[in-house]
Ligand binder design. Structure first.
Ligand code: FAD
Length: 405
């Protein structure tokens, strides 16, 4: 680096799954990384209990694994060690508990159930272990002036301003970075809620005859109870439990006002799940746990000149039925850095404070990524229909039978 050059500094807003992985990638290419996260450090014991989020576990697929693998670190191995492979979906067809296994892939490819918090912690650990990464917790982005490279945060110590060469918004579906970019540029933007909410329920481990814990259902499946306009799903956890998620129209949630109504609803629709979840746990989880909403966000372009770019849910939130939101966010990171490699982006600013070639690279990133992001948002929406309805159709089941699934 000559005396006219400075190490390039990237400010990443959001230390969730995608922001933390992106911090690792930027650090590895020699940038100084400042990661700003609004929450306190989730790894501290006092915050562990209060870190309830969007979903307890997630399906990690090859799309996301590839981005973890490309760090050259042990990330893939470490996360897969504590994951449960799901080779097929198990459709709980009728009220009598009939189950049908439908393989995801003839060659045995599978998806993996991983713990969201563990994955996030692992990524933060890896990011923080790199000398050129600083993580600022309890920093909420409030405003950004991209042309001057400055950001204002509300922190536990009051307001703070930082100046970084490039600002990356990895701050989720309700991204403040995106909102600030939209004030500066002509960004096309759409946001669409679906009339379906979700509520998580825990299916605890069962016990074998010796009293040892075991899974209450086949663990190598993503279980689905499709009921046309609503559905229950269950993903396995390494501790032998399953996290179940009930997806249904908000009005149906509201109509279930009493424990009796809840039990009638479950016995009519998901009877085989009741003894596995347990009546008392079902009642307490259903009435205590929050109802989440589901939104699709599309934005175009994803960058503003060489100043800022949005990735992950900030750029493309999608309904969770394709299990690809995080995977797609991880892929954003991989694609962004591939394009930066192709454009030979150096981790330095020149004497004018500019990173040579960056604007061209970010424009290309937007051009490449926007259409893929929109396509996967649409596929995710379609997959809701497939999961709650199409998997039960006569033609679908007949086809699966012919395929030998
Ligand atoms: P987020 O996870 O939302 O992280 C954003 C981070 O930014 C957070 O840490 C937040 O605190 C921080 N932040 C927000 N605002 C600010 C601010 N102003 N200043 C500083 N920091 C800020 N995806 C899959 O791939 N597979 C699945 O199986 C799957 N299942 C899902 C199930 C459900 C029920 C839901 C709702 C989603 C599911 N997803 C799944 C999608 C997945 O959760 C998201 O795509 C993923 O969390 C996006 O990661 P992110 O880092 O972009 O955003």
């Amino acid at each position: 680096m000559s005396s006219n050059q400075n190490q390039a500094v990237v400010g990443i807003i959001g230390g969730g799954l995608v922001g933390a992985l992106n911090a690792i990638y930027f650090a590895q290419r020699g940038w100084k990384v400042e990661l700003y996260e609004l929450r306190p450090d989730m790894r501290l014991p006092i915050h562990r209990e209060s870190r309830r989020g969007k979903s307890i576990n997630l399906a990690l697929s090859e799309r996301g694994l590839s981005a973890l693998r490309n760090t050259g670190l042990d990330l893939e191995k470490k996360i897969l060690e504590a994951s449960v492979p799901m080779k097929a979906r198990m459709v709980h067809i009728g009220k009598n508990g009939t189950q049908m296994s439908q393989a995801y892939d003839v060659n045995g490819q599978h998806i993996n159930a991983v713990d969201r918090a563990r994955l996030n912690e692992l990524l933060l650990d890896e990011a923080e272990s790199l000398a050129n990464v600083t993580v600022h917790f309890e920093h909420r982005l409030v405003t950004a002036d991209f042309d001057n490279n400055t950001m204002n945060f509300m922190t536990s110590e009051g307001e703070k301003t930082y100046k970084n060469d490039l600002i990356i918004g990895a701050d989720g579906a309700y991204s403040r970075t995106r909102a600030q970019m939209m004030r500066n540029m002509r960004m096309d933007y759409s946001q669409e809620y679906i009339d379906t909410g979700y509520c998580e329920l825990l299916m605890p481990p069962a016990k074998d005859p010796d009293g040892k814990p075991k899974f209450a259902l086949d663990p190598n499946h993503l279980h689905i109870w499709p009921r046309h306009t609503f559905m229950l799903i269950a993903l396995p956890n390494p501790d032998y439990s399953f996290t179940c998620t009930l997806f249904m129209p908000f009005q149906m949630f509201e109509d279930i006002e009493t424990e009796d109504r809840l039990m009638t609803f479950f016995s009519e629709n998901f009877n085989d799940s009741i003894p596995l979840i347990g009546e008392a746990a079902l009642k307490s989880d259903f009435f205590a746990n929050p109802r989440g909403s589901l939104v699709t966000v599309k934005a175009s372009p994803h960058n503003y000149k060489n100043k800022s770019v949005i990735i992950g849910d900030a750029a493309h939130a999608m309904v969770p039925f394709y299990g690809q939101g995080m995977n797609c966010g991880f892929q954003d990171v991989e694609v962004l850095h591939q394009i930066m490699d192709q454009h030979h982006i150096e981790p330095q600013t020149n004497k004018e404070g500019v990173i040579i070639g960056l604007e061209k690279a970010l424009n290309e990133y937007s051009k490449t990524r926007v259409k893929d992001a929109h396509a996967i948002c649409d596929l995710a929406m379609y997959n809701y229909y497939e999961m709650r309805h199409a998997v039960t159709s006569y033609r679908f089941l007949a086809r699966k039978k012919l395929e030998g699934a």
